[in-house]
Design a protein around this ligand. Structure first.
Ligand code: MSP
Length: 516
């Protein structure tokens, strides 16, 4: 029976069109999901949209349309991003769906039954942009610590007894040291919780766009309690006896941006424990992208549109860049220059050139068939050994969400292979020692098979084309085939090779070229 892997993105607010930050979170989940599928896991990859709350209600109001019509439209933009970015999500949840409303009301009832919810009055600061409550002491210059404006709210409210969860949470973090990653973020959460927790307002009465509190229609549920619950809705909650819930929950990984870690690493496990449900296994908080050194913001109008980037650079180059350029977990800066340089050096020059030169030599000199090797020399054994060892190393990095390290490791073998081509000089062997030339080209083709198989999660289309060119059957592309027993079969026919990773050509350079 295959092991299961359940991974989630945050659900996206529908007050905005998708930008590079959203695409980044989902991309990280997509490569993780693809890696696990190729590694034999039965994966569920969930994404979706967060459609309730004051922020969305206000955005709809500004446009003068009903919130449901508004969310239908904007949610579709996020759904359209999936095929555009080649995201392999298995489910797309919307918090306005019946399955979710039912699930929210059920967790609420459970929390109330278990004595964790009580009615009182909230008086304090609220930021609509963050959909978060702030204590007076947290404000910085009259604003939320995130810089978002706050407003004074005074209304009847249900509270969740978060203050009682300090000790259980600390014990949980202690028992599960990998629950929050990276470790620096874990330390921040630990010190926040150690500083003491206040009961949390979990309902609002001053607007209507949300899930009604069961038994008290004047209140709607706090949007974060509603939103976080999506992760269990999608695996069948409140039906906790269902096969799906039993098989999938707790989730293996909630991927989130650093800005929403507290909701996932503090509130969410407390809600779950309060409802008698196991917390997720892991929450990973990634960093934020800036654009040419500037914070990305609606007011600056400098959001990067992923569709435009794809148009300009090609999908796989964009996917590769986002995961390779910045150590995962750190903040990073997007710049055109860096994008061009990654595309040209890592993809076109290193991997693309390797596969193109080897495959065209095979096409020309081996009759378009997988070459027939003789005995392997020490140099051959070394490079084949490096290729065979890559899976284990890559897997360890993926399991730590160190995507940049996995790519680094793979590209080290790309460089080795390029050096091996130069050292072995198969073009010279063609005249002096044709059988040796066949061996060298065979070794290279086999190394390229490993590389192409391993880069599938990150550059799925290009990797598929590389594997097509090596005539690797679709059912032979998973990671069980990355062993010496599954080497390429000498003599099998190969299609005519075509370049896979084009160099980036600046548009204005082309124009200049044309005019002269
Ligand atoms: N709706 C909440 C999440 C609820 S999950 C139960 C929310 N939505 S969001 O649309 O504002 O943000 C979703 C994700 O996009 C977050 O993980 C956030 O970190 C990420 N990003 C938004 N801008 C970003 C960058 N500039 N860079 C990287 N990621 C960023 O929060």
């Amino acid at each position: 029976m295959a092991q299961r892997y359940y991974i989630t993105t945050p659900i996206y607010y529908v007050n905005d069109v998708p930008h590079i930050g959203h695409a980044y979170t989902t991309l990280a989940c997509d490569v993780m999901a693809r890696f696990k599928r190729l590694d034999g896991y039965d994966v569920k990859f969930l994404t979706g949209t967060d459609e309730h709350g004051q922020k969305v209600e206000k955005a709809a109001e500004t446009e003068g349309i009903a919130p449901q019509d508004f969310t239908n439209r904007v949610s579709q933009n996020f759904r359209d991003l999936l095929p555009a970015m080649n995201f392999s999500a298995d489910d797309f949840i919307r918090t306005t769906e019946d399955r979710h409303v039912r699930s929210c009301q059920a967790i609420w009832e459970k929390l109330r039954e278990n004595g964790h919810i009580y009615l009182d009055k909230y008086a304090g600061w609220y930021s609509v942009r963050d959909e978060a409550f702030y204590a007076e002491s947290e404000l910085v210059g009259g604003k939320a610590p995130t810089g978002a404006p706050v407003e004074w709210v005074e209304e009847p409210s249900y509270f969740f007894d978060l203050s009682k969860w300090q000790e259980p949470l600390l014990a949980f973090y202690e028992a599960n040291p990998g629950f929050i990653e990276p470790q620096t973020r874990r330390n921040e959460v630990l010190s926040f919780v150690k500083g003491g927790l206040k009961d949390l307002s979990v309902s609002r009465t001053s607007f209507k766009w949300g899930v009604p509190v069961p038994g008290d229609d004047d209140h709607i549920m706090y949007v974060w309690l509603d939103a976080l619950t999506n992760y269990i809705t999608a695996v069948g909650y409140p039906d906790t006896d269902s096969q799906e819930f039993e098989e999938r929950w707790p989730a293996d990984l909630h991927m989130v941006g650093k800005d929403i870690l507290r909701f996932h690493a503090v509130y969410w496990p407390a809600f779950l424990m309060g409802a008698g449900i196991a917390p997720p296994k892991r929450v990973y908080a990634h960093g934020w992208w800036t654009n040419e050194g500037q914070k990305i913001s609606k007011s600056l109008g400098n959001a990067i549109d992923p569709l435009q980037l794809i148009d300009q650079f090609g999908l796989d180059a964009v996917r590769y860049f986002l995961l390779r350029e910045v150590p995962f977990g750190n903040d990073g800066d997007f710049s055109q220059a860096a994008m061009v340089s990654r595309k040209n050096s890592d993809l076109a020059n290193d991997l693309g050139n390797l596969s193109q030169r080897v495959l065209s030599m095979i096409a020309k000199n081996c009759g378009g068939l997988v070459p027939s090797p003789g005995d392997f020399s020490d140099a051959d054994q070394v490079i084949l050994g490096r290729a065979d060892a890559l899976l284990a190393k890559t897997r360890a990095h993926f399991d730590a969400q160190a995507f940049h390290k996995a790519l680094d490791e793979i590209w080290e073998v790309v460089s080795l292979a390029n050096r091996y081509v130069d050292d072995q000089a198969p073009w010279a062997l063609r005249k002096t020692d044709p059988p040796r030339m066949e061996t060298v080209l065979y070794v290279l083709a086999e190394v390229i098979r490993h590389l192409a198989t391993l880069v599938q999660p990150v550059v799925p289309d290009s990797a598929a084309r590389m594997l097509d060119q090596l005539a690797v059957a679709p059912e032979a592309r998973d990671f069980t085939h990355l062993t010496a027993e599954h080497r390429l079969t000498p003599g099998s026919a190969l299609p005519k090779p075509t370049p896979i990773f084009p160099r980036h050509v600046e548009e204005h350079v082309e124009e200049e070229g044309q005019s002269t």
